[in-house]
Design a protein. Structure first.
Length: 210
């Protein structure tokens, strides 16, 4: 189980807001995959206001993403839009699920001009729908319900680059596809994850061959 350098840096920076010494990396990993147990971990560290903790975490994340987008260091990989458009042309239903809050997701989607491709977009706002956050399956199940998914005549697949994506997919009883990019840092040791991916691809257009 891995933890991206970017997320780990945000976590360590946020801990300074609460005057908390940086916990061991193992505990930091556990927090990000803890689901409903995250409150217990934060309280053990000395954080009494979990909602404030994640609010500040997201503010740091948003500030960093805006800078990276403005510097063109966050960008779409090749063929992403062409693949999404082809899937739309084939009348496939597309959804986006993110553990980030609405204002971050909406900003990134707008800046990358992705609005027109998705039938459903689901984000996580801490005080509203934290129970839907990956690796919980409930976010995916909520999307499938909105799309009126019927497993008897359709297939659903989740494409993601991290453990939480694949585990959420398999817990929701759909296919999980791991996309491996040069910048991925969470793919090593995926054999030890709770669930293994059904497919591994190296570019989004590989999806069209599945």
């Amino acid at each position: 189980m891995g933890i991206t350098k970017e997320i780990d840096n945000i976590l360590k920076e946020n801990l300074k807001n609460f005057s908390i010494n940086t916990p061991p990396q193992k505990e930091r990993k556990e927090l990000l995959y803890a689901e409903e147990k995250h409150k217990h971990i934060l309280m053990q560290w000395g954080v009494s206001d979990c909602e404030l903790f994640w609010k500040l975490f997201n503010e740091i994340d948003f500030k960093n993403r805006k800078k990276l987008i403005e510097k063109s260091e966050i960008f779409l990989f090749n063929k992403v839009k062409s693949v999404l458009q082809r899937l739309r042309d084939e009348n496939k239903k597309l959804a986006l699920i993110s553990n980030s809050p609405s204002y971050i997701v909406e900003y990134v989607i707008e800046k990358l001009s992705l609005n027109k491709y998705f039938d459903v977009v689901l984000w996580i706002d801490y005080n509203k729908n934290q129970n839907l956050a990956k690796p919980s399956p409930y976010g995916i199940l909520s999307i499938l319900d909105k799309l009126k998914y019927n497993s008897e005549n359709s297939n659903a697949i989740m494409i993601g680059d991290s453990m939480v994506d694949i585990v959420a997919a398999k817990r929701a009883n759909i296919y999980g596809c791991l996309i491996v990019r040069d910048s991925s840092k969470e793919i090593l040791g995926f054999e030890e994850w709770e669930h293994n991916p059904d497919f591994i691809i190296y570019s989004l257009d590989d999806l069209l061959e599945l």
